[in-house]
Write a protein that binds this ligand. Sequence first.
Ligand code: NAP
Length: 533
Amino acid sequence: MTFLCVPIMVDSPAQAVADAIRAQTAGADLVEFRIDRFTQDPQQVAALVAESPLPCIVTCRPTWEGGEFDGEDQWRVAVLEHAALGTCKPAYLDLELAAWQRSANLRQKVALVVDHADQVRREVTSGLILSSHDFQGRPVDLHRRLMAMAETPACRVVKLAWRARSIRDNIEAFEILLRRLKPTIALCMGEEGLASRVLAGKFGALLTFAALDADKGTAPGQPTVAELRGLYRWDRITPQTRVFGVIGHPVGHSKSPLIHNAGFDATGFDGVYLPMPIAPAYEAFKASVFSWLDLPELHFQGASVTIPHKENLLRFVREQGGVIEPLAEVIGAANTLHRRPDGSLYASNTDYGAALDAVCDSLGIDRSGLRGRRVAVLGAGGAARAVVAGFACHGAHVTIHNRTEAKARQIAESLAGPVADAGGSVAVASLDDLAFSAAEVFINVTPLGMYPQVEQTPLPQPPAGWGPGTVVFDTIYNPQQTRLLREAAEAGCHTVSGLEMFVRQAAAQFALWTGLEAPMATFREVLIRDAGA
Ligand code: NAP
């Protein structure tokens, strides 16, 4: 079993015990009392251990290892000795490897109060965690440190924590856990290290740390207990759990973890979905994704891919000899990676299909009914390109209206071949021409109207032809009801929110990865709840 441990920075016994009770209620198995600021009275530390509602680790972290204690080692060791010899004993004492290696006197004192094979004092029960932290990056001598701890007879638990330089560092943490000689904690700090914390149980770590509240973490990147247990479903993760994620830069704002994890929960699928921040360069994408695919025990099965990596995904899958969905190839960007059961890679684009189906549902037609329809697309960025290709390659006549007309022309020219084959067309017109547009479907694929600029609209003058036969689709999903959609509804048009596109592109990914029908109602529900939170 991998414990969920809540670190508690101790300022007073009353506050620490109250926090430990909250941790227990929130589902923690263990607490770590960080007594860095609370070393004046060793008796009080022993009393705190006695009052703890959960088994505890006692740690007094010095400033030179990222903590707050700036006194003498002799004093903090005396406090730890006192705690370990009290009537109620901590489950573990934590001491830095560097301190252990520096002083024979300290080693002798600590070895006398912790449980190990050579211990002669039967009343001693606390285990020793030897720990090593690096808040800057991966220490060059990581494996030497690991072996030094593992080979120390008095050490019951090895703990290594370092700041992840990229999501690849999680893989090294997992490999350390897989090859452990003793109970081990291997965690990466920072946003890139989240996987090592969430998946600690999958790889048999002794514990993971989670903060009681967002402002109470003791290391960068620590999730809260609520996030770990609620969003990432900590209690359901097993060694077989399949892993998915959203790759982008940045990805912190992404709602995809919220909906996919809720989807796994609703369908009982054994999966977990994580943010996977990867720096923009192709080499970073390739090295990171490859390292996740390369560890069989991780069961990394697929990812949503967003800006700036949609083109990188195509290149990567092509280079790996995988298969690319033909229309994704035409669009020049993919948003979905799937490792198929035979191990081959597949890249597809679920954005265009989501946009098509959202509009088709509103018109009460299927995709074949798009043939010959007149569609006005506002914008000529990456998402607009997918939307234009999707509609035009289903036989629609699309006109692109963009601030920079050259970009619209570039899309029209590059799609000309496949669009002609499908019986569709792509034309270019100015934004001013929208006022006279005879389109039946208007699609906004610019950020105009997106939170926080909610009073903006790409169409300050609604076109004269708007009415009950018109569909207006805004790809923006925050807010759900944009000014554009409000004014379109007032003019009697059918309106479609970007939430529908977001839910449908995710649903197609979910179905591809799991083989199950996506719980779209759950997806909508969690997004709406999140928007209202
Ligand atoms: P992008 O590549 O940055 O393209 C943005 C487009 O908007 C460009 O054509 C740009 O015109 C135009 N634009 C930006 N600011 C403008 C302004 N002030 N006035 C007029 N035009 C302006 O972005 P993208 O990736 O295509 O995404 C565009 C939007 O699509 C996003 O904001 C998002 O809301 C939406 N989207 C939704 C979903 C979904 O699932 N619902 C998925 C993807 C995208 P220029 O060419 O002149 O710069």
